[in-house]
Design a protein around this ligand. Sequence first.
Ligand code: PLP
Length: 400
Amino acid sequence: MPFLSQALGRIKPSASIVANQRARDLAAQGRDVIALSSGEPDFDTPEHIKQAAAAAMAAGKTKYTPVAGIPELRKAIRAKFLRENDLDYGLDQIIVGTGGKQVIANALLATVDPGDEVIVPAPFWVSYPEIVALCGGTAIVAPTSADDGFRLTPETLEGLITAKTKWLILNSPSNPSGAAYGREELKRLTDVLERHPHVWVLTDDIYEHLIYGGQPFATPAQVAPALKERTLTVNGVSKAYAMTGWRIGYAGGPRDLIKAMDTIQGQFTSGPCSIAQWAAVAALDGPQDGLAVRRQAFEARRDLVVGMLNQAKGLNCRVPEGAFYVFPSCEKLFGLRTATGKVIASDEDFAAELLDAEAVAVVHGAAYGSPGHFRISYAASTEQLEQACRRIERFCNSLS
Ligand code: PLP
């Protein structure tokens, strides 16, 4: 359509949103769909957080806020960074946005020019390359392999840095692979970056609290303090506190970058919802024991899903360190036929035929830059997960 912009032409809709919609359409036709395609905790937002929002509304805290967020929330974020990440950001080094997604978009809009390169390890969260493309930049996809635990190696990183590289985007634990970098692994990457002072790091730590087996969480500015002056540490309340619909994300970073992001946000959306900001204060300043409860529930589900998937013919699923996703390989099934005679030639075929045959919605790996795989979100009840895995196994066994 000639009316639409060239910028729009550079991007495509989110594959997980498309997969969710397909699942909803099928459910509307009366099928018993199990949707494991959505990236949000199935838990409800904790009661004390909801109460804080209600109290904020009752107290008339319903007006515009400062663009960067209310000082009370920025203070709570400052305390969180100090308490959990050993990072000391001043209040003018912190910005609150309408979800981590807006914070990331602001950062890239404020810094990426046409021709600039942004290194994005695959598999990646679907929005990174799209936001880079919207800005006119070029996403340079850095491949990883299941053998390396889907973690970027220092050699691959070193080989991809050019004079045009502006950012490296890191996401640990990762959506979609669940892979997390240990401190030493992260240090090997930051050592590379220390040799390239023009490259900045955008670290998306949104799954920080969903890391299993007692592994400590690590973030670049913490393991390499020398990089702090060119690191944007992004986080949010969506995943940790089951608050996806409240739309609060935040970042800490160098003052000039935060100011630039404030300018963008000021012209796009202004400060985020005032009521949601007060809810986020309660999330960050309030009791933190719910984090461990949700983490333990997710860890048990991860173990269940990985165990069951690895029993299905042709699937191979590594045990991810964090987040609430598994990213199994389905490559061994390529070339086989479904009971209705369709050939599975790609991960996209696998996801489509699985939905058709067994009404289980997953997202194909190519959407995340890693064909041959698919993503399952295990943010669902144990009963649903067991049933979904049984259906997946039945589907795989039915291929011949
Ligand atoms: N980063 C990653 C890796 C995600 O998976 C998501 C949500 O799915 C986000 C950022 C954005 O979260 P929100 O905008 O809800 O803070």
